[in-house]
Structure formats: structure tokens, C-alpha cells
Design a protein. Structure first.
Length: 93
């Protein structure tokens, strides 16, 4: 069934709960930051991150993207960039 169940099989309920928590945080991070001024990077990340988290989770149900270097690198890079752009302060350039 893919990476999602592989995580559950290898690390048990705590590992699977942590995986679900990561997807929950990634999916709800843009909502918590709506009160801050919106720069272009922040608006893009807020629009990109929730569908990206859902897409990665769905792919993980059927395949093993975290076991292969290229898909894992792209998932971590895009997710990390989006989270960084959401957390950036307006004075930082």
C-alpha cells in the first residue's frame, strides 16, 4: 500500500501519528498566517502547500516516493521552500 503503511509497519502507531501530524501542519499552516501581510512568496506558498500535502499523501498510499532519492528530494525541497516562504518575516530579504 505504499509509504504511508510502510511507516506504520516500521515505526508503529507513534510513527504514523507523526506522519499524519506533519501532513496536518503542512496543510493548515497557511490558515494560521492569514493575518500577516501577504508578499508574493507567502501567497504562493499558502496556495501551494495544502494541495501539495494532499497530493504527496495520496501518492504515498499507492507508491514509495520516500524510498527513492529523486522523488524524496523533490518532495522535501518543495515542502521546505513553501514552509520557509510562509515563515519569512517582511523585513527579511
Amino acid at each position: 500500500m505504499g509509504d504511508a503503511l510502510q511507516v506504520a509497519a516500521e515505526s508503529g502507531a507513534p510513527g504514523y501519528a507523526l506522519l499524519l501530524a506533519v501532513f496536518f501542519v503542512a496543510g493548515t499552516a497557511p490558515r494560521r498566517l492569514q493575518s500577516k501581510p501577504q508578499r508574493l512568496e507567502r501567497r504562493f506558498a499558502a496556495a501551494f502547500l495544502p494541495p501539495f500535502a494532499v497530493a504527496v499523501f495520496v501518492v504515498m498510499l499507492a507508491q514509495f516516493p520516500m524510498e527513492l532519492a529523486a522523488p524524496r528530494l523533490m518532495i522535501l525541497t518543495f515542502g521546505g521552500l513553501a514552509l520557509t516562504w510562509l515563515r519569512r518575516e517582511d523585513g527579511d530579504d
